[in-house]
Design a protein around this ligand. Structure first.
Ligand code: KIV
Length: 299
């Protein structure tokens, strides 16, 4: 099913019109980006979720533009075909237009990202989308549960459960489309709401916890691989249990180091016999240290 061709914002629009589902995942490093790109993933998001998944913070708030750029550069080095979208982190665009343009521009200029993503649809956000698109920087929107607003939303909560809230989500998605966004992420909204929005906007919707009738799906790769285990949202399907696999591998490595099974001869380098003989003669008057006498008394 891998698509393996260069993906642009126009490709995604074409996929929506022909009903081809868009496959999106997150990556924060070179090796993961390479795996996703080679598997034919359409969109690779350098998500600000990296604050939690890669850096161990409790929310996405702490990650800085410079940290995001560091990861975005690593990702784009590993990508040949996928469309790379970089998240604009918390307070890197919400202050004013100049700040938003400068920071979005850095992702394209310094990290070779193809597009940026920002959350919400306030008047300022919509103006920013319009300006960035006018400057040639494609923008992905993000509605529903928007992690940068977690405290205002009262936690990790499904959004758009009432008709009024759902209607507001639709109006916001339409406003993002009018502002020029090429796509919009719908996070944690009832599947019927995501479907109704998907049918009423002309740009692709990418769902996460939003049912299977969006134009595409995205997950945090570390969730899908079972590598990030601090918590598992209801909408995550685990396709592997890497935390367990990695734990087993590390335990086995420790066992082999301690038993001197690792490294074996084929994992070691040889020295020519005559060189070894010469070295031993050079070391003839060098006493061998008695390692058992090296241990110091505990303080
Ligand atoms: O930061 C992220 O990983 C995201 C996805 C969950 C959509 O925004």
């Amino acid at each position: 099913m891998a698509k393996n061709k260069v993906v642009s914002v126009l490709t995604l629009q074409k996929y929506k019109s022909e009903g081809t589902k868009i496959v999106a995942l997150t990556a924060y490093d070179y090796a993961t980006a390479q795996i996703l790109d080679r598997a034919g993933v359409d969109v690779i998001l350098v998500g600000d979720s990296l604050a939690m998944v890669a850096l161990g913070h409790r929310t996405t708030h702490s990650v800085t533009v410079d940290q995001m750029l560091h990861h975005a550069r690593a990702v784009t080095r590993g990508v040949q075909n996928s469309l790379v979208v970089a998240d604009l982190p918390f307070m890197s665009y919400q202050v004013e237009m100049t700040q938003a343009i400068t920071n979005a521009g850095r992702f394209v200029k310094e990290a070779q990202a193809h597009a940026v993503k920002l959350e919400g649809a306030t008047d300022l956000t919509l103006d920013i989308v319009e300006r960035l698109v006018g400057l040639g920087i494609p923008v992905m929107g993000h509605l529903g549960f928007t992690p940068q607003a977690i405290h205002g939303l009262g936690g990790n909560r499904v959004q758009g459960r009432t008709a009024k809230e759902a209607f507001k989500l639709l109006r916001d998605a339409q406003a993002l489309e009018r502002a020029g966004a090429f796509s919009v992420v719908l996070e944690m909204v009832p599947h019927v709401v995501a479907k109704l929005i998907t049918q009423r906007i002309g740009i692709p919707t990418i769902g996460i916890g939003a049912g299977n009738e969006c134009d595409g799906q995205i997950l945090v790769t570390d969730d899908l691989l079972g590598k990030y285990t601090d918590f598992k949202p209801k909408f995550v399907r685990r396709y592997a249990n890497l935390a367990h696999t990695c734990h087993e591998a590390v335990v086995n490595y420790a066992r082999d180091v301690m038993s001197q099974d690792f490294p074996n001869d084929s994992e070691s380098f040889e020295m020519q016999e005559e060189e070894e003989t010469l070295l031993r003669s050079l070391l003839a008057d060098q006493p061998v240290v008695d390692a058992s006498k090296l241990a110091r008394e505990p303080l």
